[in-house]
Ligand binder design. Structure first.
Ligand code: DUC
Ligand code: ZN
Ligand code: ZN
Length: 462
């Protein structure tokens, strides 16, 4: 039996802040006590004075090695989970993909194989359903039993991931019966594709046009439609990567009616804007993702939504493509730029900066980045908190350290940073995953294969 004590830090969870010592045995938290009040013996004592002791981050939206636009997201499960650990995230929920014409089983098995033996931290899966048919609907039940209890559908990307309203309704009906949670990419992709074609015909080929054709109204319309379809089906709904004020308003109206509707936003929508998409010399391609970045006025509504709980989760939608060789596929045609931004390493730090900037409180930081994603996706209290019985996924966070985010120093396998040059106060110092040191005072001590697949229960808000 290995015993570790973390002493003298400020333990912050979604509900409490207290000076406490934390006792870990065999990978789990077994006790907490007022700092210095117990004479525990241990094999290892970790001094957390002047540091926060926080739950490891739970990033509920990543795409390691996602095939997209003729290429693959550049982080593997090995590089991406190592970078996540560097950034204080100890669990990711990645998206397994069903390829049209194939079963959910085949898609999920491909993702198990990609991740097996590669991960530095624990991981779980959602399932992207891109071919809703009698067989895949039946398969959803088995996946919920297996611990893959959430299903992403797309109202965007016709011909790739897209489902029509009838398919969406059927999947929602199935989820309402089996306890699954439907996650929605809410953009009207049929209308967007018309606008893309028209923009290209006018010679509008630069990255900024990606933001212009993917209109706020088409996000708001799809969000509204997804909510109504979920009501008809009697299913809960989780809208991913919410970027527009008008989409937040749709979620808020639904929640005011008491509907089981949830919303996630991402750091890129909180910290970046169409100003980035407009950067010259094709640099805007670095910021092409969908939903797209919005004019900066939308940021206030997103922060407000996070404070009022109209938005509950901040995940990254980490989907990195290198500028050289990948984003460049879209030179001369913005619709060929692979969609996605890197960020799995930056989320906890950016949100800590948001605490200092007065957008959210410290406990809300932990709630939106750790506790709520764990509850939303059936991982709590194993993940997302520090409490007796929880996995010892713990971050020692130095709230006073200064850092400048840069591709020169980050650990993600991508040749640029979306936050290049941004000054952050606060930095991860030490990371434990199930009691094992993965980062020890800014040294990587983890290894591929430590991370385990974690089967999930169903959404814990229902
Ligand atoms: N959006 C992205 O930006 N990348 C991958 C898929 C998605 O929906
Ligand atoms: Zn999406
Ligand atoms: Zn995504």
């Amino acid at each position: 039996m290995t015993r570790t004590i973390i002493t003298g830090g400020l333990v912050i969870t979604a509900s409490d802040e207290l000076r406490a010592d934390v006792l870990i045995e065999d990978g789990r938290v077994v006790a907490m006590a007022t700092a210095g009040s117990q004479q525990w013996t241990a094999d290892r004592v970790i001094d957390a004075s002047r540091k926060y002791v926080i739950p490891g981050g739970v990033d509920a939206h990543t795409h390691m090695e996602l095939p997209f636009g003729g290429t693959f997201a550049s982080d593997t499960f090995e590089t991406g989970t190592r970078a996540a650990a560097w950034g204080g995230t100890t669990t990711i929920v990645d998206f397994a993909v069903q390829t049209p014409g194939h079963s959910l089983r085949q898609g999920l098995d491909t993702w198990y194989a990609k991740a097996d033996g590669k991960c530095a931290i624990d991981y779980a899966f959602h399932m992207i359903v891109s071919d809703v048919n009698e067989h895949s609907l039946k398969e959803m039940d088995g996946l919920v039993e297996e611990g893959v209890s959430s299903f992403k559908l797309f109202m965007a990307y016709p011909g790739v991931f897209y489902s029509d309203d009838g398919q969406i309704l059927r999947a929602m009906q199935r989820a309402s019966g089996n306890g699954g949670l439907i996650m929605m990419h809410a953009e009207n992709g049929i209308a967007i594709d018309v606008l893309v074609e028209q923009a290209l015909a006018r010679g509008e080929t630069d990255p900024r046009h990606h933001g212009e054709v993917r209109k706020v109204l088409l996000e708001a319309e799809a969000t509204h439609r997804a909510i109504q379809l979920a009501r008809v089906a009697g299913s809960p709904l989780y809208v991913v990567h919410v970027s527009a004020e008008e989409a937040v308003a749709e979620l808020a109206a639904a929640r005011d009616k008491g509907l089981p509707v949830f919303g996630e936003t991402c750091p890129q929508y909180l910290f970046l804007s169409t100003d980035n998409l407009e950067e010259p010399d094709f640099q805007g391609a670095k910021y092409v993702c969908s939903t797209p970045l919005r004019p900066r006025e939308h940021q206030a509504a997103l922060w407000r939504g996070l404070r009022t709980n109209d938005l509950q989760v901040v995940s990254t939608d980490h989907c990195p493509f290198c500028f050289r060789g990948q984003k460049e596929l879209g030179r001369g045609d913005f619709s060929k730029i692979p969609n996605g931004l890197p960020g799995v390493e930056n989320r906890m730090d950016l949100l800590h900066q948001a605490v200092l900037d007065g957008h959210i409180t410290r406990r809300r930081w932990i709630e939106i980045a750790c506790a709520t994603p764990a509850r939303m996706f059936g991982l709590y209290p194993q993940k997302g908190t520090i409490a007796p019985g929880s996995d010892a996924d713990i971050v020692l966070y130095d709230p006073h350290a200064e850092q400048v985010i840069s591709a020169e120093t980050h650990h993600m396998n991508v040749d640029y940073s979306a936050y290049e040059g941004r000054r952050i106060t606060g930095r991860v110092d030490t990371v434990l995953s199930r009691g094992e040191l993965v980062i020890d005072r800014r040294e990587y001590t983890g290894h591929a294969g430590h991370g385990a697949f974690i089967p999930r229960s169903t959404c814990q808000y229902l």
